[in-house]
Design a protein around this ligand. Structure first.
Ligand SMILES: Cc1cc2nc3c(=O)[nH]c(=O)nc-3n(C[C@H](O)[C@H](O)[C@H](O)COP(=O)(O)OP(=O)(O)OC[C@H]3O[C@@H](n4cnc5c(N)ncnc54)[C@H](O)[C@@H]3O)c2cc1C
Length: 414
């Protein structure tokens, strides 16, 4: 792999940047692998990378039905934080946060991780009680968290309107939280995994999972059969469809989730603001666009778009909080398909089929977990047992009742 550094930049500048290598090979499937990851989003690529890096596996493929990062990874609003309520969730997201903090160096790719803080607004007394409870829980778990007063919010965002229909009474704030560049995360993991020998195969949809005596023996794809004893399904909104190929019914609903960006503005928005009560969140990208996200559309489906009332509702909320944005033009809107689980927590682990592993149920908030999710998934696949961090996130918690209820515990669940 060509190393990125100031020196390689200078060297390539001398030759008009014509000497850069391809970031990853355009691999075609081999007949057999030790493990195959289904889904070339951030989580799948991170899984493959850590399988190769941490567990020394080499004959690994990632099969992606479209293009890398074309699913939710390339469609999300890039908020990264770890201030969840329950110990289990905090451990998982904080593992991820620590990996984010060294990720650009680790994979030698600038993922533009910007720790500009995330604010979750409280609009009612109950919101504020929940915020205080969560901040206290975060601190017990060693996660940076504080409660901000309206005056402190105003100091950071002088143009916020605190006296809205739902007045702003305070906020939780995690200073280490922030945003990252989503495409770069997919490309960086792909490049680093490729350098360790992982075959990344695009336009390769999985059509069936072949089993013998309850054990995985391979997958049928549009590019033919691939023999493998280990299949890791990391397919976000399409996880339930793929699990169905092995006769597994997952407790997931797939919903559209929308976002939109404005025209580019000069730097004005120094942090990330989220509000559950009015259901909107906003940040500003390094390019200058306002990045705005909504809640899920209530209906289920697999179309990567959503309905107009949701966008209208979201923009009403943003304009009410930030009236100075009322005349900003919106440039683009899109939707992804998120896989929502009953307790708003992911499912990461083994399945009743030997050799079949799942990583799904991240719903509206999995981007922030990308490195940590890949790290624990790689451990699970390589060792054939979950790591202690993802053990509580097993599929059988929906039978045992050991749910980890993060619904509403952390404002908008992104
Ligand atoms: C609008 C929006 C805003 C969001 N905002 C945030 C946020 O601010 N912060 C946050 O933490 N999270 C956010 N999320 C959630 C986050 O994007 C996801 O949880 C995360 O990106 C999931 O990553 P992934 O790699 O698992 O999934 P994906 O990136 O969706 O990757 C799954 C891949 O599997 C592939 N696939 C599906 N079926 C098959 C098949 N049969 N064969 C082969 N490949 C297949 C798909 O093509 C896809 O590329 C948001 C999501 C959306 C849609």
């Amino acid at each position: 792999m060509q190393h990125f550094s100031i020196w390689s930049l200078l060297r390539n500048a001398m030759s008009y940047h014509e000497g850069w290598q391809r970031q990853w090979r355009d691999a075609q499937p081999q007949s057999e692998y030790d493990a195959v990851v289904v889904g070339g989003g951030g989580h799948g690529l991170a899984t493959a990378y850590y399988l190769a890096k941490e567990h020394g596996m080499r004959r690994i493929a990632v099969v992606e039905k479209g293009w890398l990062g074309g699913g939710n990874t390339g469609r999300n609003t890039t908020i990264v934080r770890s201030n969840y309520l329950w110990d289990e969730a905090t451990a998982l997201y904080e593992k991820s946060m620590k990996l984010w903090e060294g990720l650009s160096q680790d994979i030698n790719y600038n993922v533009m991780f910007s720790q500009r803080g995330v604010m979750n607004l409280g609009h009612t007394l109950q919101d504020m009680r929940d915020i205080e409870r969560r901040v206290t829980a975060n601190r017990y778990n060693g996660v940076d968290a504080e409660v901000l007063s309206p005056a402190q919010i105003k100091e950071m965002l002088p143009f916020i309107n605190l006296n809205t229909r739902y007045p702003v009474l305070g906020a939780s704030y995690q200073p280490r939280a922030g945003v990252a560049r989503h495409d770069a995360v997919a490309w960086g993991f792909a490049r680093a995994a490729d350098a360790l020998g992982v075959d990344i195969i695009q336009n390769c949809e999985v059509k069936a999972i072949r089993r013998e005596n309850g054990t995985v023996v391979g997958i049928e794809t549009v590019k033919g059969f691939i023999k493998t004893p280990k299949v890791a399904v990391v397919a976000a909104g399409h996880s339930s469809q793929i699990a169905q190929m092995a006769d597994i019914r997952l407790p997931l609903e797939s919903h559209p989730l929308q976002a939109l960006v404005s025209e580019a503005l000069k730097p004005i928005f120094p942090t990330v603001v989220m509000s559950n009560a009015i259901h909107a969140y906003i940040s500003q990208s390094d390019k200058g666009d306002l990045v705005i996200g909504a809640g899920i559309d209530a209906y289920t489906g697999f179309g990567q778009r959503g309905s107009f009332p949701i966008i209208e509702h979201t923009l009403q909320a943003i304009v009410e909080l930030f009236p100075l944005f009322s005349r900003v033009r919106m440039n683009r809107q899109w939707g992804g398909i998120v896989d929502v689980s009953p307790d708003a927590c992911p499912i990461i682990g083994l399945t009743p089929v030997k050799g079949l592993y799942i990583n799904c149920g991240w719903g509206t908030g999995g981007f922030k977990a990308t490195p940590g999710s890949g790290w624990v998934m790689a451990h699970t696949v390589a060792q054939d047992r979950p790591h202690e961090i993802n053990a509580p996130f097993s599929l059988d918690r929906f039978a045992s009742g050991h749910l980890i209820d993060e619904h509403g515990a952390a404002a908008v669940a992104h």
